[in-house]
Design a protein around this ligand. Structure first.
Ligand code: GDP
Ligand code: IMO
Ligand code: MG
Length: 428
């Protein structure tokens, strides 16, 4: 029985939440392995719309055990708020497991995220302001607070003292903010301990046993390949490994346990926040994609930057992650466009690049080379098989499949749970 990794192929918001939910009834565990409440997944079930941030999307499926593993940074207040909001809507949240080794996001991480962004001025990343970067920075600097620290007050106090020592100098002397006291942080974190305790586990061991018992485990990535701190458009990235390798380090499951890597890719491209984006559109076509695709952030409400499909990025994603299957989403959004351009390569200062250039400044200056495909006018939302798609939509899918480095196994034709065309089974 498989361990499946599901990740984003572009700059996030590809529809990972919907894809996870689609597989939900056939998996036993859904694991969030990276990021935190910077993620925003919208899942539509019937008339109900759910916006999930910190919790894995699998939580909406009865009988699934949702797991927050060691690679995640946890804002515990947000965790409880999200659990309460789902519980009042009748979702069973009692099975959630949280890794004892996951790091926490505290007030000083959120404050530092916001003030450092302000001081970056023109070089702003456009973060979600949730304290993600500062919390991961503490983890790497070995001054982070982990979930397990909440259960030993002495240790917790020592660690918070250590973490705040430098930060208070920075907050007061550089950023002109008030100092944060050890007591306020310690008492806040301790106040969560009792409620959190029953959820806390050695999740690496739990998942290892689950796989030994032939359970199906789905690792759901937050963010996406081009936002990965190592492989994305650094420094305009998030602070974690959103690629398939992150599922390994972020959960404690060995690489040779992974059977399948599914990348979710939009039929066009979007990005939130700053950074290079070669196929970005500033004209009516960009507006068309934003309006038709309802491209506004689930987490911050910001309008998403929109552009055409970028095949070199899909190929890059296929290589970096070992993609076995793509789930192509939002094909329905392209309905009504007379012509659909696809980026097949780039030009940088008169030189053609068939693959994503390694140099940051080359990628910044890359101009797309497009191939044009004829559009279609038929509504796709009721389509459930590949053959029912208009001929031009079929040709568009087959053309980008040939350019993207792996097969397209499912195609999203609307936001609803059922609005999907499956070409190849994603689990067996
Ligand atoms: P995630 O962060 O990757 O989970 O994606 P988001 O939830 O942030 O953004 C994807 C949006 O597209 C959500 O509003 C989904 O409901 C919606 N969506 C997903 N698949 C499709 C699709 O095939 N067609 C359309 N029209 N909307 C989709
Ligand atoms: P999902 O899981 C799109 C972007 C932010 C910013 C950069 C760094 O919904 O696809 P951070 O707060 O993580 O330090 O911000 O990363 N970003 C996302 N963009 N979808 C996301 O998540 C994102 N999570 C972070 O906009 O540019
Ligand atoms: Mg999102």
């Amino acid at each position: 029985m498989p361990a499946i990794v599901l990740i984003g192929a572009q700059w996030g918001d590809e529809g990972k939440g919907k894809a996870t939910d689609l597989l939900g009834s056939r998996v036993d565990y859904v694991v969030k392995f990276n990021g935190g409440n910077n993620a925003g997944h919208t899942v539509v079930v019937g008339d109900e719309k759910y916006a999930l941030h910190l919790l894995p999307s699998g939580i909406l499926t009865p009988n699934v055990t949702p797991v927050i593993s060691n690679g995640v940074v946890v804002d515990i207040e947000v965790l409880f708020e999200e659990l309460d909001a789902l519980a009042t809507r009748g979702v069973d949240v009692s099975k959630l497991k949280v890794s004892a080794n996951a790091h926490v996001i505290t007030q000083y991480h959120r404050t530092l995220d916001k003030v450092t962004e302000r001081f970056l001025g023109k070089r702003q990343i456009g973060t979600t302001g949730r304290g993600i970067g500062p919390s991961y920075a503490d983890k790497i600097n070995r001054v982070g607070i982990r979930i397990q620290d909440l259960f030993d007050e002495n240790i917790l106090r020592q660690k918070v003292e250590g973490a705040l020592e430098q930060k208070n100098h920075l907050l007061v002397k550089v950023y002109n903010r008030r100092a944060i006291t050890v007591d306020e942080i310690v008492s806040e974190l301790l106040s969560y301990a009792e409620r959190l305790r029953p959820m806390v586990e050695d999740t690496a061991l739990l998942l290892h046993k689950a796989l030994e018992d032939n359970k199906t485990v789905l690792f759901e990535g937050g963010q996406a390949t081009m936002l990965d701190v190592d492989h994305g458009t650094y420094p305009f990235v998030t602070s974690s490994n959103a690629t398939s390798g992150g599922a390994v380090t972020g959960s404690g499951i060995a690489p040779n346990k992974i059977d399948r890597v599914i990348a979710v890719v939009k039929a066009y491209t979007t990005r939130v926040g700053a950074g290079p984006f070669p196929t970005e559109l500033f004209d009516d076509n960009g507006e068309f994609l934003r309006a038709n695709g309802f491209e506004f952030g689930t987490t911050t409400g910001r309008p998403r930057r929109c552009g055409w499909y970028d095949a070199p990025i899909a190929r890059y994603t296929a290589r970096i992650n070992g993609v076995t299957d793509f789930v192509l989403t939002k094909l329905d959004v392209l309905t009504g466009l007379p012509t659909i351009p696809v980026c097949v390569a780039y030009e940088v200062d008169g030189v053609r690049f068939d693959e994503v250039p390694v140099s940051q400044s080359d990628f910044h200056h890359a101009t797309p080379i497009y191939e044009n495909f004829p559009g279609w006018t038929e509504d796709l939302t009721g389509v459930r098989s590949f053959e029912e798609l208009p001929k031009n939509a079929q040709d568009y899918v087959l053309a980008i499949e040939a350019m993207s480095g792996s097969r397209i196994s499912a195609i999203g034709v609307g936001p609803g749970r059922d609005a999907i065309v499956v070409r190849h089974d994603l689990i067996d």
